[in-house]
Design a protein around this ligand. Structure first.
Ligand SMILES: Cc1ncc(COP(=O)(O)O)c(C=O)c1O
Length: 382
């Protein structure tokens, strides 16, 4: 079996990377935006090389091989039966969040979404001029959970869409069957469509956690849900956007397609190739990646929780640590750590300025250096 070396140093400066470009010319370790510093799986690189060698790059069309690979994968991983006609391909998942808001709610209707949350959830409502009700996310037994009862008390009847993120970013919760049923019952009770962002579903750190697509629960769930998936986070091909909206309900699907037409372009031909190779040939790489990320996760958990003023709950999924800095005696934890040479995501963008998000999808030596800088900066406060 091929062994992949996730410790291999790769210089990403001057590689037109958004993550690394931000701190060009300064000694700040970028641990913010969600892509990993690892090379993509060799099978993806080979598939791309073959496609490039072919030399013709006209408009693309969803490859049959990708459609069957995705359908078989959903069946294998989740016992979820999907029909090819349910699939809508998009050049990115965030465009799917925006299309869902615009196609599933009218201008006087609103949506609900967890809070704090990955910022495009909130921006998609804001940009469409739609009201949004927050579902508070609270820590219970070391897991970040949705408080639907509080959200319910703030609803005014204009809600039409429940936006979900599973696994949850930030927080890394993988919702179990009972929790998903509760979310579905909530949607039924209030007659809501569901848009479920499941982009992190294959990045499971907790070996006991099992991802369940909410649409796979039953027929009712399938008919009210737009599920958004992509190989981009799992296989580190975020710059090759090929996302998939699974929409079993033909009426919702048509509304979704109408809304994207002429605005959201089709998927790049190379992105299709990368996505197909990812789903077909990269499971060995993924298993080794997960082993590496699990070790990074334990390392971050232990080091962060040993820093006075910082704490984090374990993640069940994702490589994005959600760190509570509310007891740190600084005004702005994001700028504080940036000045100490570590570029994290600012919690304020997700909805809580006392938090920071740390991307540990990088080699251990870099992570060690970043954590050491954080420890020293905090120690210097006393
Ligand atoms: C929950 C979630 N959804 C969507 C995305 C991004 O999707 P895309 O780059 O395909 O637009 C991210 C990236 O971090 C994410 O964490």
């Amino acid at each position: 079996m091929a062994i992949f070396n996730f410790d291999q140093p790769i210089d990403r400066r001057n590689s037109d990377s958004e993550k690394w470009h931000k701190y060009t010319g300064s000694d700040i370790i970028p641990l913010w935006i969600a892509d990993m510093d690892f090379c993509s799986p060799p099978a993806i690189i080979e598939a791309l090389q073959q496609r490039v060698a072919y030399g013709v790059f006209g408009y693309g069309y969803p490859p049959q091989g990708l459609i069957s690979a995705f359908i078989s994968r959903m069946k294998m991983l989740y016992q979820w039966d999907i029909k090819p006609e349910w699939l809508v391909f998009l050049p990115g998942l965030v465009s799917g969040l925006n299309i869902a808001i615009r196609s599933l709610t009218k201008s006087n209707e609103s949506s609900l979404c967890p809070f704090p949350i990955y910022p495009p959830f909130m921006k998609s409502a804001h940009m469409a001029n739609r009201k949004q009700v927050s579902i508070p996310v609270n820590l219970a037994n070391n897991r970040w959970l949705l408080n639907l009862a509080t959200a319910e008390a703030n609803m005014d009847g204009s809600e039409k869409l429940l936006m979900l993120c599973n696994p949850l970013n930030p927080g890394g919760t993988v919702f179990n069957r009972d929790e998903l049923i509760e979310q579905l019952e909530f949607a039924k009770r209030h007659n809501l469509y569901i848009c479920s962002d499941e982009i992190h579903c294959e990045l499971l750190l907790d070996k006991h956690a099992k991802h369940i697509p909410i649409a796979s629960l039953n027929e009712d769930a399938a008919l009210r849900t737009v599920t958004l998936m992509a190989p981009s986070k799992t296989f580190n091909i975020a710059g090759l956007g090929a996302s998939i909206a699974v929409i079993p309900n033909a009426i919702l699907r048509q509304r979704f397609i109408n809304c994207r037409t002429g605005i959201v372009p089709s998927v790049d031909i190379l992105a299709y190739v990368a996505a197909e190779a990812a789903y077909l040939h990269c499971d060995g790489w993924l298993q080794q990646l997960l082993a590496y990320l699990r070790d990074n996760h334990q390392f971050v958990l232990q080091r962060i929780n040993a820093i006075p003023g910082l704490k984090m709950a374990p993640l069940a999924a994702t490589y994005l640590a959600w760190i509570d800095a509310s007891e740190l005696p600084v005004n702005n934890p994001h700028t504080f750590f940036e000045e100490a040479g570590v570029g994290l995501s600012a919690g304020v963008d997700f909805g809580n300025h006392n938090f920071i998000r740390l991307n540990f999808g990088c080699r251990r030596t870099l992570l060690t250096e970043a954590l050491t800088r954080m420890e020293k900066a905090v120690a210097a406060l006393c």
